[in-house]
Design a protein around this ligand. Structure first.
Ligand code: ADP
Length: 250
């Protein structure tokens, strides 16, 4: 689904990503691991259009998407989750979901004035979709809670929920498990697996928790110093000498 060819991203003279090449298979949950500073987040940001690469090429289903801005990638179904922005923290969980799809008629003054009926219809459809997402993620009891009051894990579920409001094909998740308790991490894992199996989402997941990676991800790709070191099952990766050396070196 995604082919990353010899991608690099330099900050000044520093090579955060240094000729990374990898393929993300459609329908996979691919894990991206590696020691701190390996370049994982930078590579995510290059693929998701947040950063322009210094060199290399990224294609999605054969189409060159190198350097496309995030909103264009969004319309192609490529999404990178972000923390709930500060300005949305005082809005409810449900409202946060309803904010996601762009291009509603309500945005244009013309439409607001002349097509009130259609806007009401669209809002009702959005509301229905948001409620379905909340139920799917088992957080319907939180629908009226302010997003800012959620725990770290609940926020991650909401971030995942936001991808379900549009027709996502591939979702990039950065450190889903950071600061999340085990029970909620399992709920997040279950949601990812169900979205993968039932809705055909492809996932790329950066995560330090190896139990989580082992349960969800095949293949696992290990990066170090801006390059791809190894790819395989988690067991193969764990047995790889270059990988062991890279982790010991940090
Ligand atoms: P990882 O996600 O694997 O921990 P990162 O992609 O966050 O690694 O970072 C890779 C390296 O690039 C780190 O040494 C980091 O300090 C550096 N880096 C990341 N972003 C910037 C930036 N905007 N400016 C300068 N250096 C950066």
């Amino acid at each position: 689904m995604i082919v990353v060819e010899d991608v690099s991203k330099h900050f000044g003279g520093f090579r955060a990503v240094d000729g990374a090449t990898m393929q993300i298979a459609e329908g996979s949950i691919t894990g991206l691991i590696g020691p701190n500073g390996a370049g994982k987040t930078t590579l995510f940001n290059v693929i998701a259009g947040v950063l322009k690469p210094t060199g290399g090429r990224v294609t999605m289903q054969g189409e060159d998407i190198t350097g496309l801005p995030p909103h264009e990638l969004f319309h192609k179904g490529l999404l990178r989750t972000f923390q709930i922005a500060h300005e949305f923290s005082s809005m409810s969980v449900r409202e946060n979901l309803m904010m996601v799809p762009g291009g509603q008629s309500g945005e244009a003054l013309w439409n607001t004035w002349f097509h009130r009926g259609r806007i009401a219809q669209e809002e009702a459809a959005l509301l229905k979709k948001a409620d379905e997402v909340l139920e799917f993620l088992t957080i319907d009891h939180l629908k009226d809670e302010k997003a800012g009051n959620l725990s770290g894990g609940q926020k991650k579920l909401l971030e995942l929920g936001r991808t379900m409001m549009v027709d996502a094909k591939i979702v990039f998740l950065d450190e889903v498990g950071a600061g999340v308790n085990r029970t909620l991490l399992n709920t997040i894992g279950d949601a990812i697996i169900r979205l993968n199996k039932e809705r055909g989402y492809t996932f790329v997941v950066i995560e330090h928790d190896m139990d989580f990676i082992g349960r969800l991800c095949d293949p696992v790709i290990c990066m170090a110093e801006g390059k791809v070191l190894a790819e395989g099952t988690l067991d193969q990766i764990k047995a790889n000498e270059q990988v062991i050396e890279a982790y010991l070196g940090t």
